[in-house]
Design a protein around this ligand. Structure first.
Ligand code: SAM
Ligand code: SF4
Length: 340
């Protein structure tokens, strides 16, 4: 369906847990987030029901995310349930890769279309520091296990931090050179713990990579479901991509909504607005009623985020729907609880 600004919404990011086996400094506090009790998390049947209703509204692609989705027991089973929904074209996964080696066979067997693996650096010490204790070897074993499936699209995602050594980006880009994965650099967003960090922009990363690999060509073919912009460096077998929500805002083409692990449907990452679908599910609402509520929230999706506004609290004063959002409440949850 189209929202109030004419954007076609066909992609839902579904968080299956708020828990994680890592503690990335910009995403989770060291002690972890207060655990949501099991009963408050949607069951697989509830998730599948909501995705099925989403299909009626034009959702065709689903991304499983978290927290760390692979810590939720039986995730391949959920994937199978979602893939069997008539109208769902793609189910993809975002993971830190730590548990991927053990689960990839079943995931692919059950129809996984593509996987994003978050690896901010290949340097073992830096990785340990950024993830507060993680082992990069494990994530790389997950990547290697996924790479054994030639039809599975793999993207490695890195959120560059200000103090990262240039060489670390070069090492990550080599994964694209060798053809193992597309490598994407995601700009730090001022969400949750991310507010306290500054990252590196597309232009900064690109100029570092240019020094090592030469002048890239813009890659124009559509790739994936999201806002990434891709380039191809000379001799590279795969692409390098950039997702720059802050410096190159792409809200005009946004095609997504989010469902948190507790069943809250969120139309935009930055705002707290949305609706509690779990309450409806558990109080016996019909599919039609839930569908109407989802339609309302999707239709009312805000025009744009305001990440670039200092402290996220200024007034943009423009007339294309932005004035209305200046008064909207900002999201208080961190990325791991929203399902980034
Ligand atoms: N645990 C999984 C993972 O790391 O891929 C899935 C959930 S994680 C929240 C999804 C993605 O969000 C990761 O690539 C992570 O690096 C990114 N992320 C987390 N906080 C962020 C922030 N403040 N700005 C930009 N990206 C962020
Ligand atoms: Fe966990 Fe992913 Fe957040 Fe890192 S970015 S703490 S792996 S949810």
């Amino acid at each position: 369906m189209k929202d109030q600004f004419g954007r076609a919404i066909d992609y839902m990011r579904v968080s299956v847990t708020d828990r994680c086996n890592l503690r990335c400094v910009y995403c989770m506090p060291e002690e972890g987030v207060p655990a949501v009790v099991h009963q408050d998390i949607l069951t697989f049947d509830e998730i599948a029901r909501l995705c099925g209703i989403g299909v009626r509204l034009g959702i065709t692609k689903i991304k499983l995310t978290g927290g760390e989705p692979l810590v939720r027991r039986g995730l391949p089973e959920l994937l199978k349930m979602l893939k069997s929904l008539h109208g769902i074209e793609q189910v993809t996964l975002t993971t830190n890769g730590i548990l991927l080696k053990e689960q990839i066979n079943e995931l692919v067997y059950n129809g996984l279309d593509s996987v994003n693996i978050s690896i901010d650096t290949l340097d073992a010490e830096r990785y340990k520091k950024v993830t507060r204790g993680g082992c990069v070897e494990k994530a790389l074993e997950g990547l290697d296990a996924a790479a054994k499936f030639p039809d599975l699209r793999i993207k490695v995602n890195c959120v560059p931090l200000k103090d990262t050594d240039e060489e670390e980006y070069v090492q990550l880009a080599l994964l694209a050179q060798s053809g193992k994965a597309d490598v994407r650099f995601i700009e730090m967003m001022p969400i949750g713990m991310g507010k306290a960090f500054s990252g590196k922009s597309k232009d900064e990363i690109c100029s570092i990579l240019r020094k090592h690999f030469g002048e890239p060509e813009e890659y124009k073919e559509p790739l994936g479901n999201g806002p990434a912009v891709y380039v191809q460096f000379p001799g590279f077998r795969k692409r390098v991509g950039f997702i720059s929500a802050v410096s190159h805002q792409f809200c005009g083409g946004c095609n997504r909504v989010r469902l948190t692990s507790e069943g809250y449907l969120k139309p935009c990452l930055q705002y707290g607005s949305g609706t509690d679908l779990r309450e409806m599910l558990r109080s016996g609402a019909s599919d039609e009623k839930i569908c109407e509520e989802m339609r309302r929230v999707i239709y009312e999706k805000p025009a744009c985020h305001q990440f670039a506004v200092k402290n996220n609290a200024g007034n943009t004063g423009e007339k294309d729907g932005r004035q209305a959002i200046d008064s909207m409440e900002l999201e208080k949850k961190g990325m791991s609880r929203i399902g980034g």
